[in-house]
Ligand binder design. Structure first.
Ligand code: TZP
Ligand code: MG
Length: 231
């Protein structure tokens, strides 16, 4: 059975962004206590053995809080760890192939930055799309990938409104430069003519770079909960 995922506060890990002296697993646990609803373990520039080790330990912590874990980029790591699903970008293995490998019971997410990619992702059978980068981010080298330059909220709305009357036919989170101060604007501004809106916000630095990840996660969770209650 496919796990139910609440995308409200979607934490993407980023060990390189931890503040001085803060332990990764401690920060992760605190963020889960604060109300993170789904975690993606994202490791760049580590060997596969290390990725599997970090992902396994991350899963142990997530399991304590019944929070699903997704793996960034790597189907092999997902298979080794046995977690909820995989998230891929536009230059990773194509989503349709990922789906064939991970099966229908796993969660599949894809990063999209325009309508065409979003429509393709839905055709490929994703469970959600990550739309971004919405705003400038220090957590990803977007200059190396000009396509990922911050799009602002206009493109986000185009994507939410795509696919006709009902709007985008999958769940959606936004990513890139999202913090508590701009989240209410982002969520309320995401409501399309069809009523379709963002299902959550994905963040790295807003939580990971903080000395108080529990408070940061709780703040985001209060905002997403209030938004959902208002609809
Ligand atoms: N994809 C688009 S922007 C981004 C990723 C992984 C980084 C988001 O990080 P932050 O710190 O929340 O801006
Ligand atoms: Mg990727």
């Amino acid at each position: 059975m496919k796990p139910e995922v609440d995308y409200s506060v979607y934490l993407v890990t980023g060990r390189e962004l931890l503040p001085e002296g803060k332990d990764y697993y401690e920060s992760l646990e605190e963020s889960l206590q604060g109300g993170v609803t789904v975690v993606q373990v994202r490791e760049k520039d580590v060997d596969t053995g290390k990725f599997v080790e970090v992902a396994r330990k991350t899963k142990e912590v997530c399991d304590k809080y019944n929070v699903p874990l997704l793996i960034n980029d790597r189907v092999d790591v997902f298979l080794a760890v046995g977690c909820a699903g995989v998230h891929v970008g536009q230059s990773d293995m194509p989503a349709s192939q990922v789906r064939a490998l991970i099966g229908d019971d796993a969660i599949l997410g894809v990063s999209v930055s325009n309508e065409k990619e979003a429509v393709q992702a839905v055709q490929d059978g994703v469970d959600y799309v990550g739309i971004g980068a919405v705003w400038p981010t220090a957590s990803k080298d977007v200059t190396a990938k000009p396509k990922l330059a911050p799009s602002g909220t206009g493109v986000l709305l185009d994507i939410i409104a795509s696919q006709g009357e009902k709007g985008l036919a999958t769940q959606a989170v936004a990513i890139g430069g999202i913090h508590a101060h701009n989240t209410p604007f982002l969520l309320h501004g995401s409501v399309g003519a069809s009523g379709k809106a963002l299902d959550g916000v994905a963040v790295i630095s807003a939580i990971v770079a903080s000395q108080t990840p529990k408070e940061k996660a709780a703040e985001l969770r209060a905002i997403t909960d209030a938004f959902k209650a208002s609809r």
